[in-house]
Design a protein around this ligand. Structure first.
Ligand code: MEV
Length: 419
């Protein structure tokens, strides 16, 4: 793609935006038609049980992203106004500093197998480790395709954990899931090994399931935001102050991380991935040091610029699940131009950092409500009963007056209807 910078994109009608985004991202007629049609009821009926309809969420495109030197348009599915605008704005401010640089630890997940009622848990732990090769081979036999692609079980770790109901021996299968999110692969392996774990420990296995604390599947991103680009040194200092509170105060960290997930979840949803898995991973990782903390860090470099960084688990896939079935998700993956699940996870990290940067910058300057509420004004106009031809007018009046409420919208609607 030449550039993800498309000035005035937000002013275009949706069909024009689609045309332009499709051109830039190299989408073909097929993907464009998938985006227009979306999921059909008969397709939905094959995805989950007892289908009776669909709840639709807007899909937008964040512009301006430069990630590892590549120009990327980011498809984002969200019901929250201002998320996509904030991401685009943040990405624009990252460009003079070279955009986002990302890395990852690779697509590795854990499955847990819990043996209970073990009389000699430490000896049992060693017995599992003694039979590690045999266990790994048995697990890999369950997914020869994954092994062919270079994935499969790479290691086994065993923990003795004290609990309210006595000690437990918990084996972790460490599985490289390649381009799969991996829940199906690792759960099948864990279930297959359970009887042998019972033999080796003399205990009884209950749980055999993936851990969503995907601390071996970390995605990272960093960016330099030039001080002169973001409002000067006072803004840099204000943002560092705001971020510092999120490092030490869980009340602030929860909101700070919610803002990060505004961006990440929107990409996860747009690409048909499991939003709950990624959110569970992010929040549990935020608490991994024993206290819930922010997932990003902000520092000032020697030039006085703001340097932001993020690290979080990102368990997403490109094969299996809705990603390969849902037409909108297939088009979103094509738009991102990602070749692997790992690529996707790194883009998500960049979007999370960018979203957080945009929120912190607004919080350290004018606050979020003006931008948020002027975008929200259209929703309020609809809630107040504005007909299609009045929505824009009512929203614009409320935004100009800085009085955005259902009551005010109703007053403006009656004035407009009278005139
Ligand atoms: C709102 O959806 C997200 C923010 O609250 C995030 C933050 O406070 O950092 C603006």
């Amino acid at each position: 793609m030449d550039s993800s910078r498309i000035s005035g994109f937000y002013k275009l009608p949706p069909e024009e935006r689609l045309k332009l985004a499709a051109e830039r991202a190299g989408l073909g007629q097929e993907e464009v038609s998938w985006l227009k049609t979306g999921l059909l009821l008969e397709q939905a009926d094959k995805m989950v049980e007892n289908v009776i309809g669909m709840i639709q969420v807007p899909l937008g495109v964040a512009t301006n992203f430069q990630i590892d030197g590549r120009e990327v348009l980011i498809p984002m599915a969200t019901e929250e106004p201002s998320v996509i605008a904030a991401a685009s704005n943040g990405a624009r401010m990252a460009r003079p500093g070279g955009g986002f640089q990302t890395s990852s630890s690779g697509p590795v997940m854990r499955a847990q197998i819990q043996a209970t009622g073990v009389s000699d848990p430490f000896a049992a732990r060693q017995n599992i480790l003694l039979h590690k090769d045999e266990l790994m081979a048995a697990a890999n036999e369950k997914d020869p395709m994954l092994v062919r692609y270079g994935g499969g079980v790479k290691d086994i770790e065993v923990y003795v954990i004290d609990s309210r109901v006595g000690p437990m021996v918990v084996a972790h299968l460490i599985v490289d899931c390649r381009d799969a999110m991996g829940a199906n692969a690792v759960n099948t392996m864990a279930e297959a090994l359970a009887p042998r774990i019972e033999q080796l420990t003399g205990g009884r296995v209950f749980l055999r399931i993936i851990s969503n604390l995907a601390d071996l599947r970390l995605a990272r991103a960093r960016a330099v935001f030039r001080a002169d680009e973001i409002g000067g040194s006072e803004v840099v200092d204000g943002m560092i102050q705001a971020a510092a509170l999120a490092e030490v105060d869980p009340y602030r960290a929860a909101t700070h991380n919610k803002g990060i997930m505004n961006g990440i979840t929107a990409v996860v949803l747009a690409t048909g991935n499991d939003t709950r898995a990624v959110e569970a991973g992010a929040h549990s990782y935020a608490a991994i040091k024993g206290r819930y903390q922010s997932l990003t860090r902000y520092e000032k470099n020697r030039d006085g610029d703001l340097v932001g960084s993020i690290e979080l688990p990102a368990a997403v896939g490109l094969v299996g699940g809705a990603t390969r079935v849902h037409p909108t998700a297939k088009a979103a993956v094509k738009m991102l131009g990602v070749k692997s699940a790992d690529d996707l996870s790194r883009i998500m990290a960049a979007v999370g950092l960018c979203q957080n940067f945009a929120a912190l910058r607004a919080l350290a300057t004018e606050g979020i409500q003006r931008g948020h509420m002027s975008l929200h004004a259209k929703n309020i106009a609809v809630q107040a009963g504005a007909s299609c031809d009045l929505i824009e007018m009512v929203a614009a009046r409320m935004a100009a007056e800085r009085r955005i409420s259902v009551d005010r919208a109703q007053e403006i609607i009656s004035e407009l209807q009278k005139s």
